[in-house]
Design a binder for this molecule. Sequence first.
Ligand code: HEM
Length: 222
Amino acid sequence: MDTPPPRRRREWTIAAGLILLALVPSIGGAFRIGEIASGATETDANARFMQMPLPVVLHIVGALTYAIVGAFQFLPDLRRNHNAWHRFAGRYLLVPAGFTVAATGLWMTASYDVPPTDTGAVAASRYVVGGLMLAFLVLGVAAVARRDYFAHGSWMIRAYALAMGAGTQVLTSGPALLIFGEPDAMMRLLQMDAGWIINALFAEWIIARRRAAARRPATIAV
Ligand code: HEM
């Protein structure tokens, strides 16, 4: 059997890494949908989801679609060789799913009776992140409409990075939760914001690398 060239292998590793990052929130989401669908007993922890399931169900379905299908949009070879899929998935799956994730995130922030650690500053961060994600998606769509593909990629990387903050937050909060137990409001804010900030910085680093690569003159094989 032919082994794929190193570049293609590296690209698939990126997709696998992104899907792995989304794994824990995705599994959590699947459990939450199962709980809602089976009409589980209401507790303090799940009351908001059981009493008002629509935003969280839309959020989880949108997030699963966005995280998993989105992971493949960033693979240059796949984009080049299967451009029709890239365009179809972007237009009919990812843009609607991305808008759904951000809009329902904002909706839940505004309407759910969340634990005390998630009110105040954490809620403010969620408004900022949800608002920025919506703005980045709009800018990404506008860029592709005017055929500015570099800007399109940059805005979509930024939107995806913010959404995937949910995965990075598992890493920024999980170990502390295991060692110290439930966080207080300040710790919770640091853990949540760290997830979004790490991803935003990583996105800017990727975009800077793309910009540098785009400016580099093509090498001519001799
Ligand atoms: C692909 C990215 C995302 C994934 C996989 C994801 C996943 C989830 C899941 C599984 C839940 C249900 C939590 C539970 O059942 O306890 C949830 C809730 C929530 N998500 Fe997301 N999410 C993503 C992006 C976002 C974004 C960008 C925002 C921005 C505002 C956001 C805001 C919220 C809010 C406010 C809740 C309700 C929290 C609560 O009431 O405790 N999410 N998310």
